[in-house]
Write a protein that binds this ligand. Structure first.
Ligand code: ATP
Ligand code: MG
Length: 624
């Protein structure tokens, strides 16, 4: 038993290591298997699950005790028959055997009911934990881990962990208890036959080890090929437009056929080796039974033992073989679950980089006065994006921000909203240090409208209500009207109840933008940030959006980033960025008169001339 467990653990570790090597993106500590296993188990056994788990275990042990004494009772019944004993004696043993069987059945039902509940709850709890934790993490975390990777944690890993709880834990507990009890009862009946019967354990372990050695790598390869295939399928579907427009359907189809063929090939080999396990287990079990009968028969002949006991032991061979094969069959699922657990925990253990200061206070709005003093910022340590940014915005001013691609405009917004913390310098909002403010209070007061309007796959109404807890339908409709969105929403098939497809793909970009503006109006923030909110729409829509934005910005301190300078021309003043540095600041007329960088940008847009053209001062566009 101890030997069996030791071998099992070793095999687990070995196979598990092999699989994790394939997920090289995960930092892998070679000897943390037991910790990950323990941690996974706590979701099923600790806290509020503790009581239920204890009851389930007690029921399981009692049920399997019933099963383990059953062969003993049948053996006794046989003994009564062989010595022509009293009928009442026979009835007694038959009755006890039946009672043990009934006990096993009833208590197993109870135990399984509880275990099923514990397993599903455990995987639900872990998934909930993972998702809630992701909500706490800073944006920089999402920069480092791609969407695909995180989706895989939420779906694939959660799935293998669910399987781990539902089949591995429940069945391995059952198998281990059964092995222990079978040994205990056998020892009680006859230790010599116990030794003979237990020969099945090492024999089974050897068979299982060999077949796992063959099937293990085959399944690992299959898993890899399957994930490549589904990756390709997903990519093709999301890039369907590109495939169709380039008339590459044939290419996609051919590649898919080729990949699917590999999967079938590898899959059929892997499944064949795993199918072989069944006949192998059966044959070894029968060989074990025959051994017990032969040795036991010889003992009966030398009058050492009753025939019933030998027959009982042939039953115990089966009771031992089954759980051993169960355990080794589940090894693959177990190490997959543990590897999944390790990856999920690596996210659960990630600390949010931006946390509220212990003595953080809520932001108190006092008109919207913003000061930046000598602010430096880098996303990646050592690669400075913003350098020495200093400026002051008076309450109610609208600030236009322009500059070439990569100049750091969106980055400036990211630090103002404290999605990222600055390296050095200070940011004061209404005299309060940004670092000392709670993020929640800050974000309820700052509204952000981005170029990439993000809408959820929900009704238009819910997308609007999402802006603020407790927003009413009337408020949302009023906001939509103000944002010039009401008319087109009413023209949608179900008006405000129309369910948008993924990210609002069924709407035009301008329509999505107008819903986002309406959403910002529902939120009614005190400060406003617009990042390229009007690009990529036709001039009529742009006018409608501009008008809506005008209403939204009225009297509020606001920042609007725009490449099309006409959009920000009317701002209180304009900030020009280049290479992470603020190169010019001032109202449009003043900047034009200066004939500097802004003038060059402006002229290039209006006269179709490149910056640095004959009329403009020569400037270099610097991306950070
Ligand atoms: N999450 C990020 N992690 C690392 N670097 C980033 C990240 N976001 C932006 N950068 C880098 O910061 C620099 C400034 O980017 P930013 O998005 O602020 O430019 P931008 O002025 O808004 O440009 P555009 O006009 O194209 O929107 C770029 O060099 C970009 O590569
Ligand atoms: Mg940008």
């Amino acid at each position: 038993m101890t030997a069996a467990t030791a071998t099992t653990t070793k095999q687990w570790k070995k196979q598990e290591d092999k699989v994790t090597e394939e997920h090289a993106q995960v930092i892998h500590k070679p000897d943390d298997t037991t910790q990950v296993l323990k941690r996974l188990l706590t979701y099923m056994t600790a806290d509020e699950a503790k009581g239920k788990f204890t009851v389930a275990m007690i029921l399981r042990v009692l049920a399997l005790f019933g099963l383990s004494i059953l062969p003993g009772f049948t053996g006794k019944a046989i003994d009564v028959i062989t010595v022509n004993g009293a009928e009442s004696e026979l009835q007694k043993w038959v009755f006890l055997a039946l009672a043990a069987g009934a006990l096993y059945l009833l208590l197993s039902l109870g135990a399984d009911r509880l275990f099923a509940d514990l397993a599903t709850r455990a995987s639900y709890k872990l998934q909930k934990h993972l998702f809630s934790h992701m909500q706490l993490l800073s944006l920089s975390f999402f920069d480092r881990h791609g969407r695909g990777e995180l989706m895989s944690r939420l779906t694939n890993d959660s799935e293998v962990i669910a399987l781990f709880y539902e089949s591995v834990v429940i069945q391995i507990i059952r198998a281990l208890v059964q092995i222990v009890l079978a040994f205990a009862v056998m020892l009680f009946i006859d230790w010599r036959l116990m030794i003979v019967a237990s020969l099945i354990v090492p024999a089974m372990l050897i068979v299982m080890y060999i077949s796992n050695r063959i099937a293990g790598p085959a399944f690992a390869k299959l898993q890899q090929d399957l994930s490549d295939l589904s990756g390709f399928q997903e990519e093709s579907l999301s890039g369907m437009k590109v495939i169709i427009s380039n008339r590459r359907q044939d290419w996609a189809d051919e590649k898919h056929t080729h990949m699917a063929a590999t999967v079938f090939d590898v899959g059929s080999k892997a499944f064949f080796t795993s199918l072989l396990q069944y006949p192998l287990t059966q044959s070894f079990t029968y060989m074990g039974i025959v051994t017990v009968l032969v040795v036991g028969g010889l003992m009966v002949m030398s009058d050492n033992i009753a025939l019933g006991t030998v027959i009982a032991f042939s039953g115990y061979v089966g009771l031992l073989a089954k759980p051993v094969s169960t355990i080794s069959n589940l090894m693959g699922t177990a190490f997959n679950g543990i590897a999944g657990g390790r990856r999920v925990f690596s996210i659960i253990d990630a600390e949010p980089e931006i946390v509220d200061d212990p003595d953080a206070t809520d932001y108190e709005f006092k008109g919207g006065h913003i000061v930046l003093k000598d602010v430096d910022f880098s996303y990646i340590p050592g690669r400075k994006i913003l350098r020495h940014n200093t400026f002051e915005v008076q309450p109610g001013e609208s600030v236009g921000i322009c500059g070439p691609t990569g100049a750091g405009k969106s980055t400036l917004i990211n630090i103002l909203t404290r999605y990222y913390d600055i390296d050095s310098g200070t940011i004061l909002i209404d005299g309060q240090d940004l670092k000392k403010l709670t993020r929640d209070s800050l974000r309820t007061q700052i509204g952000v409208v981005l170029q990439e309007a993000f809408l959820f796959s929900d009704t238009v109404m819910n997308n609007l209500k999402y802006a603020r807890k407790g927003a009413t339908a009337e408020e949302c409709i009023a906001a939509a009207k103000k944002a010039n969105a009401h008319d087109f929403i009413m023209r949608l098939p179900q008006g405000y109840d129309t369910v948008l497809t993924e990210r609002g793909a069924s709407l035009s970009q301008g329509q999505r933008q107008m819903i986002t503006i309406a959403r910002a109006m529902v939120a009614d923030p005190k400060l406003l940030i617009l990042d390229e909110a009007t690009s990529n729409v036709d001039t009529r829509t742009e006018k409608l959006i501009q008008e809506a934005l005008g209403k939204l910005m009225e009297g509020k301190t606001s920042f609007s980033i725009a490449h099309r300078l006409a959009t920000i021309r009317g701002s209180s003043w304009i900030m020009v960025m280049n290479g992470g540095v603020i190169v010019e600041m001032g109202p449009h007329d003043e900047l034009m008169a200066k004939k500097g960088f802004y003038y060059a940008l402006y002229m290039s847009q209006f006269k179709g001339k490149a910056p640095g053209g004959s009329e403009a001062a020569s400037v270099d566009f610097v991306s950070t």
